[in-house]
Design a protein around this ligand. Structure first.
Ligand SMILES: Cc1cc2nc3c(=O)[nH]c(=O)nc-3n(C[C@H](O)[C@H](O)[C@H](O)COP(=O)(O)O)c2cc1C
Length: 322
């Protein structure tokens, strides 16, 4: 009997050890999953934060207002950033524009080219520079002239921005352009020192909006489309390739079922010939005449009314997204 009790006791110890091992294994597995999850998250972050390697933000900022905007631009684009640092930093006395200060003297001297302390090693790796500065007496500070004259900016796209108390960007960028005429200068924008991230993102969208890469063929012929930047177009892209048999309706459109529903954000819109819309979340309509209804616009075909009429004013067509 004693023997049996000892054996049972040993068995109990063995079983509880096994259980502990299992738990430790599970714990380890959970930890391992955490690491994988974190790694996945890191990868996602990396993807989201994908560097736009060809873009550089270069800015000068004496009192940090322009720097704040530059930082918000970088938040959005995750690109390289370079602060143009003066060899001789500007003191507050240098910036006291109500006096005969250094900044005023430089702005009044056509030949002033304040020295820059730091340098961009290889500017040729950038195809776009977002160039920021404060407005000084309606113009870019003279150090910005030093900057654009230091580098070969040929064929580099320059997108200027500035901050100011209240002045617009005015002629500041076009005057700066005369010192680097071979660059491809875009229109600039003035921000207040407190401009929001949203305001900056909207501005950047004008330049860096991703082109939607989706083809539309009507009866086998590709047509050029300007796609909308919305969730429905993204959802459509996710189910490519997609072929739809369309039928003429009402003397103004070809319409056909997708075969499933995709996300929509309908509103009453007046459609014009060439418009492609999502109807009811599960049908595509392409117009060759005007109409109006509650739709989500997907895009617009870049063809004349006559071409659209020839292409779409028939009993049926087959369209293919790819
Ligand atoms: C010398 C000097 C001249 C200025 N001239 C103007 C001007 O003409 N119009 C304006 O709205 N703000 C003017 N300002 C204000 C600055 O443009 C504004 O404070 C800017 O946001 C400063 O940017 P920062 O902090 O990046 O240097 C001037 C500031 C200084 C120091």
């Amino acid at each position: 009997m004693k023997k049996i009790i000892v054996i049972l006791f040993l068995l109990l110890i063995f079983l509880s050890a096994c259980q502990k091992d299992n738990r430790t294994d599970n714990e380890n597995n959970n930890k391992k999953d955490d690491v994988i999850e974190n790694k996945d998250n890191e990868e996602n972050v990396d993807n989201e934060n994908k560097l736009d390697n060809n873009v550089l933000i270069a800015y000068f900022s004496a009192t940090n207002n322009t720097e704040n905007i530059a930082t918000k631009i970088q938040n959005k684009l995750k690109c390289d950033i370079f602060e143009i640092e003066p060899q001789m930093a500007y003191t507050s006395a240098d910036l006291n524009y109500n006096s005969d200060c250094r900044a005023n003297r430089e702005q009044n001297d056509d030949n002033a080219r304040p020295e820059i302390k730091n340098k961009i090693e290889d500017i040729s790796k950038y195809d776009t520079i977002i160039l920021g500065y404060p407005i000084w007496w309606g113009q870019a500070p003279k150090i910005m002239y030093t900057f654009v004259e230091t580098y070969d900016l040929e064929n580099i796209t320059i997108i200027p921005f500035c901050t100011s108390g209240s002045s617009p960007i005015g002629t500041s960028a076009t005057n700066l352009k005369t010192s680097a005429p071979s660059a491809n200068w875009k229109d600039g924008k003035r921000f207040s020192a407190s401009a929001s991230q949203d305001e900056i993102n909207t501005w950047l969208d004008n330049y860096f909006k991703e082109e939607v890469n989706m083809k539309l063929l009507i009866d086998g012929s590709e047509v050029k489309v300007k796609w909308e930047d919305n969730e429905s177009v993204k959802a459509l892209k996710n189910i490519l390739p997609l072929e739809i048999n369309m039928e003429e309706y009402g003397g103004f459109e070809q319409t056909g079922k997708i075969g499933r529903s995709i996300t929509r954000n309908d509103s009453n819109i007046n459609v014009v010939p060439g418009d492609i819309v999502l109807y009811n979340g599960n049908q595509i309509s392409i117009f060759y005449n005007n109409s109006s209804w509650s739709y989500t616009k997907l895009g617009h075909i870049d063809l004349s009314n006559e071409e659209l009429n020839n292409l779409l004013n028939k009993d049926s067509v087959t369209i293919r997204f790819e």
